[in-house]
Write a new protein. Structure first.
Lengths: 338, 124
């Protein structure tokens, strides 16, 4: 029998301060090397406050600044928006443009139609073809937004913003910047499996395990180089099955359906917000066009696991990725990204 | 010694050396890779550290209700949970130090501990 004693939320071992908390609807872990417990607690408390604020402000459907934006957008009139949402809209628009709208936060209605806007998994039937086609015909994109100072409007009443594929990355960037401002140079912030790391673990690099998207255990390991983000989008994260078919949460904005042919995409980049958006966009691009989208978005590296089990990778990861699965998979290398 | 045939004693000594090396590897390096303890947290707060070599099931009460964990042969997994998605159960066994499995809706996480973790963090 295990006792149910509540102990401290943090731990410190081998020079690392560790703490976890819940935020953005997921588990957030913070590791800091070479810091005392008091400073570690203060740093994580500051991040936790930031995350709570960002989650409340940027939630697409729960009451907050972004849900207010979504309520007012269909009016097609100009309205003032909260200053915290402005940089998010600007950055997301830029990344959506670079991705050819494969990353498209303006398809909030489509996400809602599929049932993935809620914290719970959807139950029952997939949406009807008619309902999907009706939304697609209106072609909502971030380019439909007109931002003038603090005033926003759109002429497309189908635009509803959902930053689910991006806000977490943006928040991880802000958390790392906050740690840097506090003088911390060696840390990891991991939000539900997506992370950015800076510096090192003492005299060695931070070690990251990439979970096997099919089956148990670890697909590969990689050592972090300096300041680096590692973000993965996979069809196993949120899904439901209907009549033997899996419907996952990564919706192709062009077809209106969950993208098929890809199991997971792991993106390496300095910036977490770009890695987050690119992981979605490259997943949607599929095996045929992933390289093109990765290059257009300017990410540093990509590891793509296709539905047939084949692995596609940028050549700069060749000497860094160590596969943990047996037999070691054959890898199809792309041209260099730069 | 060179050019001479190995005696039975030599062979036994060599075999013993190889077995000892294997045992030392398992004890000193293997345990750091395959952690022997797991830390369970509820709502981000540490709840208990458990021995992964004591086979049993453990009931942990989270925000939604009871999640059940199975511990066996140095591994641990969720076998039931009152969450909607069951992602925690689908993830299966974890055993390498640094691996983590969580039932976010029920606010329960399990992290494998080890003196020199194989992984500092997990990406998924």
């Amino acid at each position: 029998m295990v006792s149910g004693l509540m102990l401290s939320s943090c731990s410190r071992s081998s020079g690392v301060y560790y703490e976890q908390f819940l935020g953005f609807g997921t588990l957030i872990e913070v590791k800091v090397w070479g810091i005392d417990e008091k400073a570690g607690q203060q740093a994580v408390a500051a991040i936790a406050d930031d995350v709570k604020y960002m989650h409340e402000t940027w939630h697409a459907w729960k009451p907050g600044s972004l849900s207010r934006v979504n309520q007012l957008l269909p009016s097609q009139e100009k309205f003032s928006i909260g200053p915290s949402v402005i940089p998010l809209i600007k950055r997301a628009s830029q990344l959506a443009d670079q991705s050819g709208n494969r990353f498209n936060p303006a398809i909030g209605q489509l996400i809602k139609l599929w049932g993935f806007a809620s914290d719970d998994s959807p139950k029952g039937l997939p949406p009807s073809t008619d309902a999907i086609e009706k939304l697609l015909a209106q072609k909502p994109t971030m380019q439909d937004l007109v931002l003038d100072g603090v005033q926003l409007k759109t002429n497309n009443p189908a635009v509803q913003l959902d930053f689910g594929g991006f806000a977490k990355g943006y928040a991880v960037d802000m958390a790392i910047e906050h740690l840097k401002e506090l003088g911390i140079t060696n840390a990891i912030v991991n939000a539900g499996g997506d992370l950015r790391a800076i510096g090192k673990h003492g005299d060695r690099a931070w070690r990251v395990g990439i979970r096997n998207p099919r089956g148990e255990g670890v697909l590969a390991s990689v050592d972090i180089q300096g300041d680096e983000s590692v973000f993965t989008s996979g069809d196993y994260e949120r899904y439901y099955e209907y009549q033997g078919k899996r419907y996952h949460h990564i919706i192709d904005p062009h077809s209106g359906y969950p993208k098929q042919g890809v199991t997971s995409v792991t993106v390496f980049d300095t910036r977490a917000d770009r890695a987050d958006a690119a992981a979605t966009a490259i997943f949607v691009a599929g095996v045929e066009k992933w390289y093109e989208v990765a290059k257009a978005m300017g990410v540093a590296g990509v590891l793509l696991v296709a539905a047939d089990g084949s692995i596609h990778m940028t050549p700069n990861l060749k000497d860094r990725i160590y596969f943990d699965v047996k037999p070691v998979p054959d890898v199809i290398y792309s041209e260099p990204l730069t | 010694m060179l050019g001479q045939k190995l005696t039975t004693g030599d062979r036994l000594l060599l075999a013993l050396a190889v077995i000892s090396l294997g045992a030392l590897y398992a004890v000193y390096w293997g345990q750091s890779v395959y952690g022997n303890q797991a830390a369970i947290a509820i709502g981000g707060k540490h709840w208990s550290s458990i021995d992964l070599y004591q086979d049993r099931t453990i009931d942990v009460e989270g925000k939604l209700g009871i999640s059940q964990l199975e511990v066996k042969d140095g591994k641990i997994r969720f076998i039931s949970s009152p969450c909607d998605t069951k992602q925690c159960i689908h993830q299966g066994w974890i055993h390498q130090s640094g691996e983590i499995v969580a039932c976010v809706p029920n606010t329960i996480s399990v992290r494998i501990l080890g003196p020199d973790p194989r992984f500092d963090t997990m990406n998924f």
